[in-house]
Design a protein around this ligand. Structure first.
Ligand code: C2O
Length: 329
């Protein structure tokens, strides 16, 4: 229970940190354009979990005590380095499987359980959680605005920290699935990497024989070791002999979106979203393509839905990569 409270407290800190960052981004944008406008944005308060109106059963346990506190960087922790998902070895896979298995085994009264983890993604979008304001309650929406990157960054961060804590290994870092890597060298980045595709638990005495990171509901293409992501045609499935043209187009699309479409901080990050606004005003440059294409390619019925996408552990590798692309571009 204490852990859950801590988790929820920590989690709420992330929203305001993201907004502060974005205020800074916005300010820089204004200054670069020599068009100095005062941008005022109150940090988003933590949403009140009592106001959860989810019709899709996404409400999570409510901490019994405590006011949210601001996120503090955990400077006592060792530097963690996220590995590329297609390059990790079996020992790493076993460790990650074990951590995820422990997370999945937590009871649903524990805010850190995997079920509660993925529900948080559902909860923070899709009209489930409402802010009270003086005028009208309005729903929180973490997509299609500049909240997209910071919210998902901290979502992945806390997920990773909980996994690390469950295996008592402060060096643990999630893999990033760099589907933007178009190299034909084996192992390839642009297929579902072994860490997610491996069906078996690779460590001794697993609770289950099936890997806790595997998800059998992915599309046949994403389940096939040779399935290849075609970013522009996410419902197609080029096989192992994918043409050079598809690889080149994948690389081109990602690059053009990032540097050709996302030419200003606002175009890159997405539409402004301040306290009191309706959210979801407009995507940043990478959000629909390639980010949305990857969701669609893995599984349109699950990974592409707001409700269930984070219930496939590959979601966290996908978003660790979005986090990386945010840094890269
Ligand atoms: Cu909240 Cu990739 O989505």
């Amino acid at each position: 229970m204490i852990e859950m409270v801590e988790y929820n407290i920590e989690k709420t800190g992330k929203t305001s940190m993201g907004i502060n960052f974005l205020v800074w981004v916005t300010l820089s944008f204004c200054i670069v354009n020599v068009n100095v406008t005062v941008v005022e944005a109150l940090p988003f308060p933590a949403p009140n979990l009592d106001n959860c109106l989810s019709s899709e059963a996404c409400c999570t346990p409510i901490p019994s005590t405590a006011k949210p506190t601001k996120f503090k960087f955990q400077t006592h922790l060792p530097m963690r380095i996220r590995p590329a998902a297609h390059l990790v070895d079996d020992a790493y896979i076993a460790k990650y499987q074990r951590a995820m298995e422990l997370m999945k085994a937590l009871p649903d009264t524990d805010g850190r359980s995997f079920t509660n983890q993925w529900k948080i993604h559902c909860l923070y979008c899709d009209n489930h959680l409402y802010f009270e304001t003086e005028t009208h309650p309005y729903p929180l929406e973490i997509h299609k605005s500049w909240l997209f990157y910071p919210w998902h960054r901290l979502y992945v961060y806390f997920h990773e920290r909980i996994l690390a804590k469950l295996i008592d290994d402060d060096t643990f870092a999630l893999p990033f699935w760099n589907w933007d890597n178009q190299s034909p060298e084996l192992p390839q980045g642009n297929v579902v990497p072994k860490v997610y595709a491996e069906k078996r638990s690779l460590y001794t005495d697993p609770i289950n024989k099936t890997s806790s990171i595997y998800d059998e509901t992915r599309t046949p293409c994403a389940l096939s070791p040779e399935g290849f992501l075609d970013i522009q045609n996410p419902f197609s499935c080029p096989g192992a002999n994918v043409s050079e043209e598809v690889r080149a187009t994948n690389a081109h699309v990602t690059y053009v979106q990032a540097v050709g479409v996302g030419v200003t901080p606002l175009l890159f990050h997405g539409w402004p979203y301040r306290l009191g606004d309706e959210g979801g005003g407009g995507n940043g440059a990478l959000e629909a393509t390639p980010h949305g294409s990857v969701h669609a390619w893995v599984n349109a019925k699950k990974m592409l839905t707001f409700r269930d996408s984070a219930a496939d552990p590959i979601f966290f590798g996908h978003h660790a990569n979005m986090d990386r692309l945010w840094e890269v571009y």
